[in-house]
Design a protein around this ligand. Structure first.
Ligand SMILES: [Mn+2]
Length: 325
């Protein structure tokens, strides 16, 4: 069963708005990282999270999650098409549903889910991002990937098409497992080893762990909104003593605060790289074209060398002929 469950969200140090949204309604958990100009990213992620909260789920596994995500996708897509101010908006979404000792996942975009088990941490979702495509095709090393200027290009999102392709998988849970759902504002700023250490060090109080993660992300630059949802699989339910979530605002208040911020002038002038969606097929055909061009080049170089060698052979033959005649 689910022991402790909690969440934290923070705008970070560079952005005035928080375009992340979350769902923490055990046994249903989710995270959404919105994108789109002006404040459309907030609209997208909040619409998607609201769709999940409204429908709710306590059973049904992967299929139920796919249905929820499709519904969330339709809502974002419809609004985007109806409202020119939000046209082109989208959001990532990573969903977990705990049921009968198993955790089912649905995933779209570059937010992440991690499993911490027996002192080790493993990313269980696959990033739908340009950088991950380049990594998989061997074009980038893991070190290069960390600082790649187009880290924010994702290959899949909710809201950009009438249908969305959802990754699904299920993990058999063990007592003591901790699952983290987090936006890239955490994982771009804090390396995995440090995330693991911070959670392990505060294993007895995950609220403290969540705060430590946000602090670390802000220390690392806080370039993006930081949101983490954590839940633990335990033999008995956690005792909630009223101390939990003391720092984070409840959803209504958090939204209130966002609305207040919306009325402020946009004057911070911080250059923020907007997330873009480029489908995997496009990236792959681009890589293919590059490969073909390289092969063509190689062929051309080989021909040039052969021509040069032939020329040298002719000259050598002429020289030999002159010397011997
Ligand atoms: Mn983000």
């Amino acid at each position: 069963m689910i022991g402790y469950a909690g969440w934290i969200t923070d705008p970070g140090r560079k952005r005035r708005h928080n375009e992340d949204a979350y769902v923490c309604e055990p046994p249903l958990f989710a995270i959404a990282d919105g994108m789109g100009g002006a404040q459309a990213g907030e609209v997208a992620s909040r619409l998607a999270a609201a769709a999940l909260r409204e429908s709710g789920a306590d059973a049904g596994g992967e299929q139920r999650i796919v249905d929820l995500i499709q519904e969330a996708n339709r809502r974002v897509y419809d609004r985007s098409n109806a409202d020119p101010n939000t046209y082109g908006m989208g959001t990532t979404m990573t969903v977990a549903l705990v049921e009968d000792g198993r955790v089912a996942f649905g995933h779209v975009g570059d937010s992440r889910a991690y499993l911490i088990r027996d002192g080790a941490m493993e990313q269980v979702t696959e990033d739908h991002s340009l950088v991950n495509e380049l990594l998989k095709s061997g074009k980038l090393s893991p070190e290069e990937a960390e600082t790649h200027p187009q880290r924010s290009v994702i290959t899949r999102a909710l809201g950009t098409d009438p249908d969305v392709d959802v990754d699904t998988f299920t993990i058999d849970a063990k007592n003591g497992d901790v699952f983290l759902l987090c936006s890239d504002g955490l994982t771009d700023m804090v390396d995995e080893q440090e995330i693991l250490e911070l959670v392990e060090r505060n294993r007895s109080n995950i609220d403290t762990a969540l705060k430590a993660l946000v602090r670390a992300a802000n220390r690392g630059g806080g370039e993006d909104n930081i949101t983490v949802v954590a839940f633990e699989i335990a033999a008995s339910p956690a005792v909630h003593d009223g101390q939990t979530q003391e720092q984070a605002l409840p959803p209504e208040l958090a939204e209130q605060r966002l609305e207040d911020e919306d009325t402020l002038d946009e004057v911070d002038g911080v250059p923020v790289v907007d997330t873009q969606v480029i489908p995997t097929e496009e990236i792959q055909s681009e890589l293919e074209a590059e490969k073909r061009a390289r092969r063509r080049n190689l062929r051309r170089r080989i021909l040039a060398w052969l021509a040069l060698l032939a020329l040298l052979a002719v000259i050598a033959a002429l020289v030999v002929w002159r010397l011997t005649s």
